[in-house]
Ligand binder design. Sequence first.
Ligand code: HMG
Ligand code: MG
Length: 303
Amino acid sequence: MPFASAVRLVEVGPRDGLQNEPEPISTQTKLELIDRLGATGLGYIEAASFVSPKWVPQMADHREVMWNLARLDGVTYAALTPNLKGLESALECGAQEVAVFGAASEAFSQKNINCSVAESLERFAPILERAWQANVRVRGYVSCVLGCPYEGEIAPARVAEVAKALHEMGCYEISLGDTIGTGTPLKAKRMVEAVAREVPLAQLAAHFHDTYGQALTNLYAVLEEGIAVIDSSVAGLGGCPYAKGASGNVASEDVVYLLDGLGIETGVDLEALATTGRWICEQMRRPNRSRVGVALIGAAGEV
Ligand code: HMG
Ligand code: MG
């Protein structure tokens, strides 16, 4: 299949990127990060996660972040909502879109959201219903699509089954998460093919982590399958608190560089994005995981 002519990027840095950071990051820094990201041309930013602060302390200021966003025209500010409590709170704070997050692995579901996959789907149904009443679209995540830290291999058919359930429930897009980054290109292709038999390809997104350095290669493979929505995180920030060993998401700068090179439009200013990546690494005093960012504007932020 030919590549899509344009790819929509979903920036998950402020949420997936920061959620696992052990040191507290100030609300002000989060707000400035989101502001800077919006100014690069990104049209969709996952800004916060309305989860339990006991489970993910770094996201405890989700209300302050969502309330105080300097909202730019043309940018959608979204939030993760694991249950109705999170949804109500996100709606009060002006989230424009929300996401529910399930898994293709039973063990991961238990560790991450404290319920089975079937129970999670039951929990999501009223979220979809309530969001629909509020005129807010819901995205659905499936985690562990190319491997699980507890169960190992995950069958593509299982991923397809969970994706189908989320789609039938009303999620407008299903993001396929290689949570621990163990995927390789052919497996990624087979998985997308299996899911695309149940959910239209145009409603699928790739959410790849780079733990094993495979994320860009895997993205190229699924772009060949026709995927046209990619989740990424500035400076390759990230990791999942309930997926031991999971490192960052694929870096947004690296994805934009790849897509620019393929002649695929993103609407994102690469230099501004790389500058933002360097800035957040300086703030957090951590290395920049974007190879492109470092090559373009130096490794400031490296410690
Ligand atoms: P639980 O303990 O079963 O829930 O957790 P509960 O209903 O018994 O509540 C426990 C406490 O949490 C209560 O407080 C609730 O009020 C509070 P207490 O009475 O003990 O003081 N609580 C909340 N507080 C704020 N906001 C809420 C909320 N809900 C309950 N929404 C729960 C179940 C789902 C809440 C918990 O497991 C949780 O928050 N999990 C989140 C885990 C998480 O955020 N993981 C990372 C995101 S997923 C990911 O990164 C993967 C992804 O990127 C894709 C990929 O890479 O594959 C999306
Ligand atoms: Mg993730």
